[in-house]
Design a protein around this ligand. Sequence first.
Ligand code: NAD
Length: 269
Amino acid sequence: PNERLKGQTAIVTGGSSGIGAAVSLALGKDGANVIINYNSHKEEAEQISEEINKDSICGKAIAVKADVSVEKDVIAMFKTGIEEFGTIDICIANAGLQQDAALHEMTLKQWQTVIDVNLTGQFLAVREAIKEFMKRGMRPEVSKSLGKIIHMSSVHQIIPWAGHANYAASKGGIVMLMESICQEYAPFKIRCNSIAPGAIRTPINREAWETEMALEKLNKLIPYKRIGIPEDIGSVAAWLSSDESEYINGTTIFVDGGMTCYPGFTTNG
Ligand code: NAD
């Protein structure tokens, strides 16, 4: 077993489903304690938590409810996690949603819900994480960094997305949030990076993969010709949380099978 995260504690927002669930499991398997945040799917969060707890090689896990867009919820969740495990070393700001509409028909509520969860929700989580890192100080026995932050962004931080302007704007905002945090806190040895997934098979984009026809259409956008799976992101998140990637800071890692390489220009199908 790889014990590269042993003795560290991670918090994963939106950890009850899809990418967040796979990231929670990957971190747990590498030895981290995991605080699995959920808002509405308690049973699923507890199931992931149990899966980590039943394996003696893994760290320990707990499921904690919080709406990431509500300040007092996020503060309370960090308090619970720190009481349980002592501190937090890794923050994966992953929770996100879509509320799709043509821009001229988009309601203010649709706009605001997406910005509140995808952008403000990530701000609130990483702010609390940085507060804890700064208060606690270095723990050289477990990591060379004071703390690690990973934002779950999207290829739509650079690919414009008609019909999803609120979502694309939220992910575009993540770039400058992440890079500004890197610039501000790198001198304290905090690492802040993003993962930008391409199309990953999860409930958020079911209509893009549930029929053969939809998959065929989707594959036209993926040079590697397969849809991603949540574990593709889990393995990168675990490595990016570990000292193996210590010198990576202020970067977005695209995990997209080549989706950002203009597949429309291909000469190979
Ligand atoms: P998902 O719907 O399976 O998971 C999203 C999670 O966020 C769920 O657990 C949901 O309950 C949680 N969530 C939503 N609102 C919340 C709130 N207010 N408070 C707390 N939790 C909340 O989808 P996913 O694909 O696993 O998405 C995870 C992240 O990855 C999102 O940020 C998404 O934008 C990003 N992403 C996904 C894809 C993809 O193709 N699936 C591609 C690029 C980026």
